[in-house]
Ligand binder design. Structure first.
Ligand code: GLV
Length: 342
């Protein structure tokens, strides 16, 4: 039996499993069912018995988990977001953490646009109307939605992008085809916005007041937690739509439910939730909410590429090499890392 052990918390797509299978390592999968996760005890047991951990965003990789194994050489998450991992603790403990950036940018931007169009034009509501056999007669007032482009008028709609990184830019770029004006807010990339051919800079308040569609593409941090709460929702136009395909806790979901129920805004398109997979009470009943189960990067090709990237990162951790997509590069300079890799 190999001395190297990789613990994959839940089965990842086949291209990644194939790469892992070719490593000189014993691969253990914690959970093979698609609809079930791991218990805390199973997670800890798996971590204690491995050299490299391959988790998903569904597992909290906190200090206790990271500290559970002093032989752990690295964490290779299959996701671009890593808010489920205590990266500061990992750095302190000398553990490199990797993610899967870039390969899901376009797929996530496409899904963001699916949400923009679906909430504006009420696509799921219209679909339900058909399959429930309620369509009896065409009517001029049937299922009226909002234009995404100028429609028949001269007035250009405004897309507000919060977080102007890879995905935010890809979403903004797609707005050109809809003849929209794009505003963007990103305190960490003001220069990127100001030199962008797709967007103009706006501070958060101005963006919320002027946009017809507001879409979130920031990382979830203490700073962006509840970035959109009651005050921000009340700043938006009563016809505006909010889109979130990033991380749920950036929006105060209870405030959002009130905003939808009381008509402070026109609609919401959500792929992520504050307490995923649960939804805030009342959200499922909101007529103007379009709700997806965190599938923004879920094309077969992209999930295969993400799995490949995670597996290659895991292989680098296992070989004690600098991993290609490390999110805490400073770790390699620490004494804790040197001791860990021996
Ligand atoms: C998906 O949400 C990801 O972070 O990859």
């Amino acid at each position: 039996m190999s001395e190297n052990r990789v613990f994959v918390t839940r089965q990842i797509p086949e291209p990644g499993m194939r790469i892992l299978g070719e490593l000189e390592a014993e691969i253990t999968v914690g959970q093979t069912r698609e609809d079930a996760g791991l218990s805390r005890a199973e997670l800890l047991e798996g971590v204690r018995a491995c050299d490299v951990l391959v988790p998903l965003l569904t597992e909290p990789i906190d200090r206790e988990v990271l500290a559970a194994n002093e032989r752990l050489l690295g964490v290779a998450q299959m996701a671009v977001g890593f808010n489920n991992i205590d990266v500061d603790a990992a750095t302190e403990l000398g553990i490199p953490v990797t993610n899967t950036p870039g390969v899901l940018t376009e797929t996530t931007a496409d899904c963001t646009w699916a949400l923009i169009l679906a909430t504006a034009r009420r696509v799921p509501q219209a679909h339900n109307y058909m399959v429930e056999g309620r369509y009896k007669l065409w009517g001029p007032n049937l299922m009226l939605g909002d234009d995404v482009g100028p429609g028949g008028s001269e007035v250009r709609k405004v897309l507000g992008v919060i977080g102007y990184g890879r995905i935010g830019i890809a979403v903004a770029k797609r707005a050109i085809g809809f003849d929209m004006d794009v505003l963007a807010f990103d305190p960490y990339n003001r220069e990127g916005v100001e030199s962008s051919e797709y967007a103009s800079w706006a501070d958060l308040g101005e963006l919320l007041e002027r946009s017809d569609f507001v879409t979130l593409h920031a990382l979830l941090t203490d700073e962006t937690h509840h970035l959109i709460g009651e005050a921000e929702l009340r700043k938006m136009k009563p016809t505006a739509h909010i889109i979130n395909a990033a991380r749920g806790p950036m929006i105060d979901e209870q405030a959002l439910v009130r905003a939808l129920q009381e008509g402070w805004i026109g609609g919401a398109g959500l792929d992520v939730y504050e307490d995923e997979p649960a939804m805030a009470p009342g959200l499922a009943e909101c007529e103007h909410a379009v709700l997806l189960p965190h599938i923004a990067s879920a094309s077969s090709d992209t999930r295969g590429l993400m799995a490949t990237m995670a597996a290659n990162n895991a292989a680098a951790h296992l070989r004690r090499e600098r991993a290609p997509n490390v999110v805490n590069p400073d770790v390699y300079e620490t004494e804790a890392y040197r001791q860990r890799v021996g």
